[in-house]
Design a protein around this ligand. Sequence first.
Ligand SMILES: [Zn+2]
Length: 73
Amino acid sequence: MNHRPTPPGQSGCVCAACWHVFNSPSAFDKHQPRGTCADPEQLGMVMLREHQGRPVWGLSRRTDLPARTEEAA
Ligand SMILES: [Zn+2]
């Protein structure tokens, strides 16, 4: 499923299953390659910042820029 909940005022994605926060849909997809949660740290993701006390995970520090607006489509 491509269910990607987005927190208000935030371009990232929150996993509804484990509440990990991701900075992009692509990072979220990597977290759930087959609809099952994977540990972002084991996937090689990096903690970019904190959002409301929770770590925000990204594929790498270079992809922390909200360059694309695919969520708006
Ligand atoms: Zn998850």
